[in-house]
Design a protein around this ligand. Structure first.
Ligand code: 5RP
Length: 266
């Protein structure tokens, strides 16, 4: 691997082999998502605890200070919306030249395996990998399910992750599911987990992250279950402890409760 590619991957994946990416890209198809209405305000308190930020160029320019020292994974696919015809019908929205100009450490694009636009999204990924490899920019593939949340099960996710890796993604983002080892076991590149819509309790989040890491994931690319929490900093600190300090779900819950308590007293 070329020095630039190795260097960028090392910025994203920490020396312990694990990673906590903070995605705040949801507005690119959902508009002003709850608690992400003013992205700068969402990002600022969380950034110290993230290893990288997953963001579109519009939010990067408008809401992230350029002296920010955290690596950026640039969301470069889009062109659809929740009120449009089909979320899967994405194109590449941002050139590799622009990614380099913005000093991105990686770029990310969605693939919609099994959708009417499977081929287009997979060829978007393949072309992006060709462009990225030319300049030493890693590509993160996002195995997107659109509105079909029921697709988040091992057989489908293993298929989607493996295809993304075969097409050259350096990292694959997917969802946690039961039998998650089937997903990581069939994917020859690092896998990070998203959270999906906010779940009922913090402990559920801690448990699935812990389980996924035990089963081979390197960490998370987790958004709503952090920044839609009433105590987002407590949440990211607890998750960081699972990802980087091998904390158990119960230990993470203690961190969350204690951080939440000290915040509530202020
Ligand atoms: C949305 C994305 C997100 O980056 C990904 O889904 C992670 O966020 P969340 O944990 O909120 O699901 O790809 O387009």
């Amino acid at each position: 691997m070329e020095w630039g590619m190795v260097n960028r991957l090392a910025q994203l994946i920490q020396p312990d082999g694990h990673a906590l990416f903070l995605p705040i890209d949801h507005g690119y198809f959902q508009g002003p998502t709850r608690k992400l209405e003013e992205p700068g305000k969402t990002i600022a308190p969380l950034l110290p605890y993230a290893d990288a930020l997953f963001v579109t160029r519009g939010v990067l320019r408008s809401s992230v200070p350029p002296d920010n020292s955290k690596p950026v994974i640039l969301r470069v696919s889009g062109g659809t919306s929740v009120v449009g015809g089909d979320l899967a019908n994405e194109g590449i929205t941002t050139s590799m030249e622009e990614a380099i100009r913005l000093n991105a450490s990686a770029v990310g694009t969605s693939v919609f395996v099994g959708s009417d636009y499977e081929k287009e999204s997979l060829l978007n990924l393949a072309k992006l990998v060709d462009d990225g490899e030319r300049y030493g920019i890693p590509v993160m593939a996002v195995t997107a399910v659109g509105k079909e949340l029921e697709k988040r099960e091992a057989r489908y996710l293993a298929l989607a992750c493996r295809i993304a890796a075969e097409l050259g993604a350096r990292v694959v983002k997917t969802y946690w599911c039961e039998d998650f080892e089937r997903v990581t076991g069939g994917c020859p590149v690092p896998v990070v987990m998203a959270g999906g819509p906010q779940v009922d309790t913090e402990l559920e989040v801690f448990e699935f992250i812990h389980d996924g890491i035990q089963k081979g994931s390197i960490g998370v690319n987790l958004g709503r279950n952090i920044w839609q929490s009433d105590f987002p900093v407590a949440m990211i600190k607890a998750i960081r402890a699972i990802v980087h300090q091998n904390a158990t779900p119960k230990e993470a819950q203690k961190i969350y409760d204690s951080e939440k308590g000290s915040k509530a007293k202020k």
